[in-house]
Write a new protein. Sequence first.
Length: 159
Amino acid sequence: MRTLKRNLLIEFAIVSLCLFLPFVYMKIGPSGYAHYGPSVPDIYILGGYILGKDTSWWAIGFAYKFQLSCILLYLMLSYSAIKRCANAKSGVFLQIFKLGLILCFPPWLFFYQEHVQNNSDCADLIVYPHIGWIAYLGLVYVHARIYFQLRQVKKAHGI
């Protein structure tokens, strides 16, 4: 049970860190500087925000708030799993629900990134993945470990 709680705390820490880590870096290309001038900022899509874009436009505002709310939901579910560490049945359910959020993140981020690119007329954006993906892969690994630990606890208790 001790390693399960430790893994749940590690998962919580990784997700908390993901709020502030950049997942996508979009560098303004040469024609973007020619069109907008030298002061145009590069774009970073963080876990909980976007830098370099006007967030007052409804679509960008909705997208970053939706992503932030999904990550905060994941954090709340992780906190709930930590508090219910001894209850394997609800723990497995929470892990399955969180798995759904984990699996939806890459397609969502691809969709988000594509639409940011399409909204940046003449910016000639060059897209690079960033450090947040390493945290995401770590989260997937820890999540899988927790799930299998909960299954073992559930099997041992005959639930």
